[in-house]
Design a protein around this ligand. Structure first.
Ligand SMILES: Cc1cc2nc3c(=O)[nH]c(=O)nc-3n(C[C@H](O)[C@H](O)[C@H](O)COP(=O)(O)O)c2cc1C
Length: 217
């Protein structure tokens, strides 16, 4: 295993940000480093310990460009919608300012997605082309912790990534491009690159009291 940054567990958990503008598009990322992060992700929980996860790692320039193009098309539609990050909480000046920054950062990423050195698509095999009608938490819960572990392991190694999902509009097209079987569902698209700058700070979140319910709602 390669060296990791000197971060406490709490520092790692509170500073693994969505990295977009600080992705270094010019510095190559060794495949071995990405494999190490995936190896760590495989320690995550999965329903019935099935481990039906797959991580599709895309380094080929043409494939990345094609995925980036799909992502950009989907982002353009999303950016016009009411639920786009930059359009939310307009009536709350403090939140609106943060949302605007997120929207701006997301828009930047949409423009460069195809140029990020490594694109990682964490997937889960449900055994069926259709998503289950019930207990989807069992399905997604068997890949989301692993994908987040991947991001944490990447952060600890000086790599930045961002959880993105807008490629989903073209999930089948991307699946065909990469030969992903129909029973295998894509959970996210994680652009991965070395990050520029020194470190990251914890983000300001909505207060704990608004979301914490002890012994009932
Ligand atoms: C389910 C999910 C979907 C997301 N989809 C996108 C996306 O498609 N594009 C993007 O730029 N960011 C996406 N994000 C990142 C969020 O915008 C980000 O987590 C949020 O603004 C908080 O910022 P932080 O991760 O830096 O703390 C997504 C996050 C989650 C959890």
């Amino acid at each position: 295993m390669s060296e990791t940054l000197n971060l406490t567990p709490d520092e790692l958990l509170t500073t693994t940000r969505s990295v977009r503008k600080r992705l270094d598009l010019d510095r190559p990322v060794p495949l071995e480093l990405v494999k190490e992060c995936v190896e760590i992700a495989l320690q995550s929980p999965s329903a019935s310990n099935r481990q039906h996860w797959h991580f599709v790692v895309v380094t080929d320039a043409e494939q990345r460009a094609t995925i980036g193009d799909y992502y950009g098309r989907s982002f353009a539609e999303y950016a016009e919608s009411k639920s786009a990050a930059g359009n939310l909480y307009a009536d709350d000046p403090e939140r609106a300012a943060v949302q605007e920054r997120v929207g701006d950062s997301a828009s930047y990423l949409a423009g460069v997605m195809g140029k990020v050195p490594v694109l990682v698509i964490p997937c889960i095999d449900s055994g069926s082309a259709e998503l289950p009608a019930a207990n989807q938490s069992g399905l997604w819960g068997s890949i989301v912790p692993a994908a987040w572990s991947y991001m944490l392991a990447a952060r600890a190694r000086g790599l930045g990534s961002a959880w993105t999902t807008l490629h989903q509009k073209f999930e089948r097209e991307i699946g065909e491009l990469l030969g992903i079987p129909e029973t295998v569902h894509q959970a996210a698209l994680l652009p991965t690159a070395y990050f520029t700058g020194e470190t990251f700070r914890p983000a300001k979140r909505q207060p704990l009291d608004e979301v914490l319910h002890v012994n009932g709602w």
